[in-house]
Design a protein around this ligand. Sequence first.
Ligand code: CTP
Length: 403
Amino acid sequence: MLENKKILLIVAGGIAAVKVPDLIRRLRERGASVTCILTNGGSQFITPLTLASLSGNMAYQDLFSLTEESEMGHIRLCREADIILVAPATADVMAKMTVGIADDLATTVLLASDKPVIIAPSMNVMMWTHPATQTNLQTLKTREVQVIGPGTGDLACGEIGDGRMAEVSDIIATLSRHFQKSRGDGPLKGCRAVVTSGPTHEPIDPVRYITNRSSGKQGHAIATALANFGASVTLVTGPTSEPNPDGTKVVNVQTAAQMMKACGEALPAEILVCAAAVADWSVAGQTGQKIKKGVKAPALKLAENPDILATFSKPGPGRPTLVVGFAAETENLITNAQLKRASKNCDWIVANDVSVGSSVFSGDSNTVHLVTADGVESWPTMSKSAVAERIAERIVKFANKNL
Ligand code: CTP
């Protein structure tokens, strides 16, 4: 998505500027060209020489430099770019963007530009939550400035809260999505995908149920990423608080049996991704009445649920060309994932460690291993949307060869 895209990267004065070298490297790896503008504040954290060496282009700083201005440098810079990315975006830059102050090269370019702008804010939590910054944020959003992050965590100032610049992988994913959307179609156009997501709820009686800790974040992010690549996506989801992904058909279910039925109705499709944490058991012999408290605690009789992944992976006519399952493991991650891939007959398994402390279920990031017939690839820890983006990119590659 980023091949041949021209990115004008404005680096403002925040400690997150130290992430910029990695950002530039990864943008260039994806075929984008990067030109940097450094604010005075930014130059306290990173040098123009570093930015120029990594980007392969001059790093601009001075609004009134003769060499640069002989060609109306600031106008040329914004006209040539496909997009302007401000990372890190400080409270100061956001405030200047809001009121239209143009007192240095970065803010002049932002004011003179008609190009899409993405900002990755980074600042102290009090600065971020201050009504001034929040009002500026709302104003910028109404002008269609896209905002990535900030994330929550330990801040460089020693405080904890919102204010960390978004991860580089998230910034890349947002840029890719932007260019994907502006293309209007995508490499998976014409391809049908069914994605399962979230937990299932298995009723014990009309008021109680068995479930698990799945949030649905990973499955929903995969549905989003596939839709962004132009696939026609049906998302079959158990109960979650995730918003419905744009551009997908969402089928809400409660139980494993309903999920199985909904998947059967959504298929055939070329791609099936089973990311749901389907409950393995449901409660047998329900009476439809609330179980009353008695002298003894009731013994629940469990019945095995249908295995959706294994069912639709079975070889035969109508099998999706690519079936991707997940493996949630607390021990022997890779070995168990390989065994699952074989026993369920699916093509790929995305394995993740769900032990206590891994915070996969509740968190926004994931560390996964992609298990295929060719071997195992271990991916670094990334946000769930970046994992989804990468899985979707792999599906595009697969589709180019096989569909
Ligand atoms: N899965 C499914 N239907 C089920 C159970 C699991 O479709 N009834 C799918 C999940 O969506 C996931 C894969 O199977 O893609 C593996 O799920 P996981 O919970 O890791 O394993 P289980 O098959 O449930 O086996 P175990 O709990 O013994 O690890």
